[in-house]
Design a protein around this ligand. Structure first.
Ligand SMILES: *Cc1c(COP(=O)(O)O)cnc(C)c1O
Length: 354
């Protein structure tokens, strides 16, 4: 029986996507060839890349609005430097809401002056700072929509008059937003879109080409746009599985449909964290992530018992990140509501047996 997979990333993918992609490993499109042994320039694979890019723009509501979607390598971590390399002439503004945001900030400092507009480090990143000022003379503003490790999420984005760059690695395609507020969105595939190995970048073309520095080809967004993500060999299998997952999401009804399910899952999860006297939530209530629920046991609770009950129920991947401790239940798009029900029942059983 399939486990209830709450892994923070790489994460659960839809079962039918796993089925389809394993078939394509053996025989892709009835070609009697594997998807991973054909040319990335073959007609069949070019169609995959085109479809994946088109689906990304369509699901985000960004078609015909001057945006391009490209699939790159090097993970979201490469985007920490690539965004700065391509967009920072002299200074940029950063919101520091956790480990990943801090890493982005650190890389940007290699390229110019970085203004940290606000930080929640003072409380181990358990909240999202609000009402900060974004300097209008900065080249761009960078934020992280969902803090995977700490379990916080930005619920409303300030309107600003400089380009807005957002790391959406762990909540892209999970909730409706006005995505046209953002000028550049990036996301490593392995949190909510596909397997590790590719990173989606959605960028408004008009913000590119404004810096004076010389950009190496592999790090230049314009090169990848012009070559339609085929400047070098793309991560063919990761892009293919991402395409299938986006197709799955579209067939389900798109972001609005998945958001309704995600809201049910997180309401159930946080409802139990708040009700059960043996647990406490980590993140500030109003900033709680719908994707990653972080929670701890109260002092003196029997951790070994909870871990054993979880294991018996087939629950995988709920250990918290070392910087928070406790537990983290990641409830990405492909996680069924039923898995959250199983976890909540384990928490109730734990209360009865404690
Ligand atoms: C996982 C994660 C990253 C790092 O992604 P890599 O693809 O491993 O480089 C960056 N930002 C956020 C928000 C993440 O969750």
């Amino acid at each position: 029986m399939k486990k209830h997979n709450f892994s923070a990333g790489p994460c659960i993918l839809p079962q039918e996507v796993l089925q389809q992609s394993s078939e394509a490993i053996l025989n892709f499109n009835n070609s009697n060839l594997s998807i991973i042994e054909i040319s990335h320039r073959s007609k069949d694979f070019v169609a995959v890349m085109d479809r994946a890019s088109a689906l990304a723009l369509e699901l985000l509501g960004l078609e015909n609005k001057g945006y391009k979607a490209i699939f790159l390598q090097g993970g979201a971590s490469t985007q920490f430097l690539m965004t700065a390399y391509n967009l920072m002439e002299s200074k940029a503004a950063y919101l520091n809401t956790g480990t990943w945001a801090s890493k982005a900030l650190k890389e940007a400092k290699l390229f110019g002056e970085v203004i940290e507009v606000a930080s929640s480090k003072d409380q181990n990143f358990n909240y999202i700072p609000k009402n900060y000022a974004v300097p209008s003379d900065a080249d761009y503003f960078h934020c992280t929509s969902n803090n995977t490790i700490f379990g916080t999420q930005i619920k409303s984005f300030q309107s600003i008059d400089i380009p807005m760059v957002c790391d959406m690695s762990s909540d892209i395609f999970s909730r409706q937003l006005d995505f046209s507020k953002f000028d550049l969105i990036y996301a490593g595939a392995q949190k909510n879109m596909g397997p590790a190995g590719t990173t989606l970048v959605v960028v408004k073309e008009a913000i590119l080409g404004k810096v004076t520095r010389v950009i190496p080809s592999m790090l230049d967004y314009r090169v990848h746009i012009e070559k339609e993500s085929m400047f070098n060999t793309p991560a063919v299998f990761a892009v293919y599985v991402s395409m299938l997952t986006l197709e799955w999401l579209k067939n389900l009804g798109g972001i609005s449909a998945i958001e309704a399910i995600n809201n049910k899952k997180s309401a159930l999860m946080y409802g139990e964290i708040d009700r059960n006297p043996l647990f406490t939530g980590f993140a500030n209530k109003e900033d709680r992530s719908h994707m990653n629920a972080t929670f701890n046991l109260i002092e003196g609770a029997n951790q070994a018992l909870f871990d054993e009950l979880s294991k018996v129920a087939g629950i995988n991947g709920i250990n918290g990140h070392r910087s928070v401790g406790g537990y983290r239940a990641s409830m990405y798009n492909a996680l069924p509501l039923e898995s959250v029900e199983v976890l909540v029942n384990v928490m109730k059983e734990f209360e009865r047996k404690s």
